[in-house]
Design a protein. Structure first.
Length: 505
């Protein structure tokens, strides 16, 4: 089965921050999990390089939009690498191959009669690159997101007949209740549609930094239409000499935060219907990472630098923390103190120590070979349905719930060590079988837990599985009891060592 997951393409008008890293991490966790299930996966991320926000930012810096795009696209690529994302391609919308495909698709939309010429008059936020209805404006005609005063603009534009997709969109929402998840975002998008859809500007006349309109060279496409199409165009040129569209389209899941829900849940399906292209299967909308109760954003200046955290702790702890701390799908606060707390209590103590102790005990009491033994029935039962439950959570993109399922197994194993006290059993020869069972159970439990954790923490789990003498990383083998004793264990350096410098300095 093919599985195609995407992140939004990020604006190059600013530097990447933890909010961007968050979505990329989440999409990567999905991609890795699906590869572990043996699916044919394509994972796309990239940068949105056109439009006013980029042109303005470049102008302020006294450089061309292309120079700014080149510089910042590199920064976003670095973030992908930094958080250990395994994206199969990184699209940049300034790529001429993207331009050509956008023109081809939108020409089709034009030819099918979904476009007409008209005059736009209203408020426009250059930072959002979005028009605002009077109802959306804050006092003083301010953009509700950027809090800057907006100008009323008038411009001759080409319009997309969004209004004619009112019924088809309502039908889409009715027929596919899981097309937008979580449910509150589905309701929000549907109520936006039900308020009545107006036609929207498809082109802009005043700017030149964009994809030019094939039927009118005085215009470029409104950046959102060019941007949304990235998910489709990338497949046609991501691999030299090969078109992946048939293999991966329609996309399985678009992952993003709620700021861009309307574009993905309303405009995007309408545009695809107009172009006669199959619709993606799902939008998953996560919440905002908040710092001191505010959305973390460049313009508010309260961003956490992912480079600093990864430099000190590595990518795994950051990946783990973000998906553990903030219930994926909801807003949630993060802090460096919270990060350090979880690093110490959960990663270093509950998981890292369990691993070190287990391996040390197998060395000490059984010469480094996992004993062949039967695990106690209650432990077997605790593990029995867990992998299936984790998979179920993944299928509905509930990453925090999946992690919670896995972590309850980690805690169960810690409780098991306390119950069994292998170091006491080792003192009594008559308890040799019980010690065998305890050590086998711990090694087997750690193997299963680590396999389930692979997508969240690829490095640490790889080191631990290797130390446990396990090569297989497929999810199929994440069943307690499917591997017997006999493996030779190796030395293991602490998975999550104590870090002296605080993350906040
Ligand atoms: O909107 N919390 O780009 P963008 C969680 N180019 N996620 C956050 C976040 C935060 N505080 N801040 C940013 C654009 N994000 C368009 C998208 S797609 C066809 C075009 C993440 O650079 C989140 O995924 O503003 C959000 O949707 C995205 O970055 C916005 O990135």
């Amino acid at each position: 089965m093919s599985y195609y997951v995407t992140t939004p393409i990020y604006y190059v008008n600013g530097e990447p921050h933890l909010g961007h890293a968050y979505t990329t991490i989440a999409a990567d966790v999905l991609a890795r999990h699906m590869r572990q299930r043996g699916e044919d996966v394509f994972f796309l991320t990239g940068t949105d390089e056109h439009g006013e926000p980029v042109a303005f930012a470049a102008e302020k810096l006294g450089i061309s939009p292309r120079e700014l795009a080149d510089k910042n696209a590199e920064r976003f690529k670095q973030v992908s690498a930094l958080v250990n994302a395994t994206n199969d391609f990184f699209i940049r919308t300034s790529d001429p191959r993207h331009h050509a495909k956008v023109q081809e698709v939108l020409q089709r939309v034009y030819d099918a009669g979904h476009v007409y010429q008209g005059v736009y008059e209203g408020y426009y936020c250059p930072r959002c690159a979005d028009f605002k209805s009077d109802a959306e404006l804050m006092d003083g005609n301010k953009c509700p997101i950027h809090l800057i005063e907006l100008e009323r603009e008038q411009e001759e534009n080409w319009f997309f007949r969004l209004s004619t997709f009112q019924e088809p969109l309502e039908r889409l929402f009715e027929e596919r209740p899981d097309w937008v998840l979580p449910r509150n975002r589905y309701n929000e998008a549907l109520s936006f549609i039900k308020q009545g859809l107006n036609d929207v500007s498809l082109t802009r006349a005043r700017i030149t930094w964009g994809v030019s309109v094939p039927w009118d060279d005085g215009h470029v496409f409104y950046v959102w239409f060019d941007a949304l199409l990235n998910y489709y165009t990338a497949l046609s040129f991501a691999r030299e000499g090969e078109d992946l569209t048939d293999r991966f389209w329609p996309a399985t899941v678009h992952v993003m935060a709620k700021d861009i829900l309307k574009f993905h849940a309303v405009f995007w399906p309408a545009l695809l219907m107009a172009a006669d292209i199959e619709l993606p299967k799902r939008d998953f909308i996560h919440g905002y990472l908040l710092m001191d109760e505010h959305k973390m954003s460049k313009s508010l200046g309260n961003v956490v630098d992912p480079f600093r955290i990864v430099e000190l702790f590595g990518a795994d702890p950051l990946r783990f923390y973000l998906l553990r701390e903030v219930n994926f799908g909801q807003d949630g606060s993060i802090s460096t103190e919270g990060f350090e707390r979880r690093y110490t209590s959960e990663l270093a103590n509950e998981y890292g120590n369990l691993a070190s102790r287990t391996i040390a005990m197998i060395h000490r009491y059984r010469d480094g070979t996992v004993p062949d033994a039967e695990a106690p029935a209650d432990l077997v039962a605790a593990f029995a349905d867990a992998p299936a439950r984790v998979i179920e959570r993944f299928d509905v993109v509930e990453l925090t719930a999946a992690l919670e399922e896995i972590w309850s197994l980690v805690r169960r194993l810690n409780a098991f060590v306390q119950e069994e006290q292998p170091w006491q059993l080792s003192k009594d020869e008559s308890q040799a079988d019980r010690l065998d069972a305890a050590l086998y159970s711990l090694a087997e439990g750690l193997r299963v837990v680590s396999l389930l954790l692979v997508p969240f923490m690829p490095d640490a789990t790889d080191r631990l599985l290797t130390a446990l003498g396990q090569r297989d990383r497929s999810l199929e083998t994440a069943r307690f009891g499917s591997v017997g004793g006999g493996a030779r264990v190796e030395e293991l350096e602490p998975l999550f060592p104590r870090v002296e410098a605080p993350a906040s300095t």
